[in-house]
Design a protein around this ligand. Structure first.
Ligand code: FRU
Length: 474
């Protein structure tokens, strides 16, 4: 899909957008594709004051398809502008999709690294025969909207010889004078791992080391991100193929992190236990960046590949999936905490506060709300939203339910030693819950048009805000 192909089909996109307008499930304060399908956030960065949020985008269909990079820009996280897609699959190295990648800002330039997906087809029958090439490409931009030519920095010959055809999703960071790139990979023995490359100039990359667990932890790791918070490094990954457990790994694929002691110079590391970020049904493929305020901000895809459920109504209306709210990451005692970025407080319209609520049932007259339940009396607590979404805490286990259960969505349970606070955001068809100031989150789509009835059982202080929608200039 070249830029010209995109422009030629703009009528198809406009038709989808007409249908989308009538969908009550369209979200108020979450980014969705302007039309069609969205998955991973890509290339997150702040450049000359503007935050750039690119994303895996299929503009002409609400289903998985040929990917370009869609693009939103914002200066304040309240007003967004839809920009023209930034990257198209238009060269021999990325002809079957410009897959996920990241941005690295230095000296008035943005460097982007992404995966060029190439399917190797049998010429006679035209089906995938040989698998794929996953090329790592580099482009630079002086403005975030245009770029110079695409250059290939790594291809299959540069990956270790025991890699399968699955090596993708580059993310770059700097330590001292050196640049490093992490890539998600699957080896020929079907073990997931991260490959780490080194560069002195962002152009020439050489293999440095691999990072993997002693025992197999899934067959593929996607979307790696190596970050540092307050002196502690973390390796964020999306493992695929991890065995389900009662309180963990409930979704088809996961999103989480290893605290990691990493000595890049001596190529040694130690991974601590993997921690899942979230206990909800819909989260995957996060990416982080550091903004001008020095905050480490995470945005994730509010969806999961190969999930066994979807919502037919949004598909019929011409769109599918969304991104999470931006979350600021901090570190406490070796664990990552997530909190909604402060800008979201500007969405608040009206507020209601009540101390020491014991039992309460009320209907919030607005569809978009923020609910803070603090100083929770731990013993036994529950909160029901819209009759269908149930959060329950009992004996160290937090459970989360969305009715009707089924279709791949069952009950979710997670261990939380004590429950102090639930910070809940309800949009038209999704909910994000920050437990205990972000020790854990619960992120899920739901499809219910019931009024925002809230039922609280147990003691807490209550704050309720009506929220505005954010403003998107399409
Ligand atoms: C994760 C992912 C990435 C890939 C992209 C393709 O959701 O599968 O590994 O680059 O999506 O859209």
């Amino acid at each position: 899909m070249t830029k010209q192909d995109y422009l030629n089909q703009i009528g198809v996109k406009k038709e989808l957008q007409k249908k989308i307008k009538n969908d009550p499930y369209r979200l108020g304060f979450h980014l969705m594709g302007p039309s069609g399908w969205v998955n991973d956030p890509n290339g997150l960065c702040q450049f000359k004051g503007t935050h750039h949020i690119y994303f895996q985008y299929t503009p002409f269909s609400p289903l998985w398809g040929m990917k370009c990079w869609g693009h939103y820009s914002t200066k304040d996280y309240l007003h967004f502008k839809e920009e023209e897609p930034f990257l198209y699959p238009d060269c021999s190295y990325d002809r079957d999709g410009v897959y996920s990648g990241s941005a690295f800002v230095e000296e008035n330039q943005i460097h982007y690294f992404y995966t060029g997906n190439v399917k190797l087809l049998d010429k006679e029958y035209d089906y995938i025969l040989e698998g794929r090439e996953q090329n790592t490409l580099h482009i630079t931009s002086n403005d975030g909207y245009t770029y110079d030519q695409k250059s290939l920095v790594l291809d299959h010959d540069d990956y270790p010889s025991d890699m399968s055809k699955h090596v993708r999703d580059p993310k770059v960071f700097k330590e001292g004078d050196d640049y490093y790139m992490v890539l998600g990979a699957r080896d020929v023995n079907d073990c997931g791992l991260v490959l780490l490359y080194h560069s002195k100039d962002l152009e020439k990359w050489t293999f440095h080391m691999r990072i993997q667990t002693k025992n197999k932890f899934g067959y593929m790791w996607e979307c790696p991100d190596l970050i540092e918070l307050d002196g502690q490094k973390f390796l964020i990954i999306c493992p695929q193929g991890v065995q389900q457990e009662k309180y963990q790994y409930q979704n088809v694929y996961q999103l989480g992190y290893f605290p990691i002691d990493l000595d890049l110079h001596n190529k040694s590391y130690r991974l601590k236990d993997f921690v899942e970020f979230d206990g909800g049904f819909d989260i995957y493929a996060s990416q982080t960046y550091v903004d001008d305020l020095n905050r480490r901000i995470l945005i994730a895809w509010m969806g999961i590949p190969d999930a066994s459920y979807h919502n037919q109504q949004t598909i019929d209306c011409g769109w599918q999936h969304a991104l999470t709210m931006p979350r600021e990451l901090t570190q406490h005692k070796g664990k990552i905490f997530q909190k909604p970025i402060d800008e979201l407080k500007n969405l608040r319209k009206s507020e209601y506060k009540e101390l020491s609520v014991k039992q309460k049932e009320f209907v919030a007259e607005h569809d978009l709300i923020e609910l803070i339940l603090a100083n929770i009396n731990n013993d036994c607590f529950s909160c029901i939203v819209k009759e269908d979404i149930k959060i329950n805490y009992e004996q160290g286990v937090l459970s989360f339910n969305i009715e009707p259960i089924g279709n791949g969505r069952t009950h979710r349970q997670m261990k939380i030693a004590s429950l102090d606070k639930l910070h809940i955001f309800v949009d038209h068809s999704c909910i994000e819950i920050f437990v205990n100031d972000g020790e854990k989150t619960i992120t899920s789509r739901f499809y219910s048009l019931k009024p925002n009835k809230i039922e609280i059982q147990g003691e807490c202080d209550l704050e309720l805000y009506q929220l505005d929608s954010m403003i998107i200039d399409y």
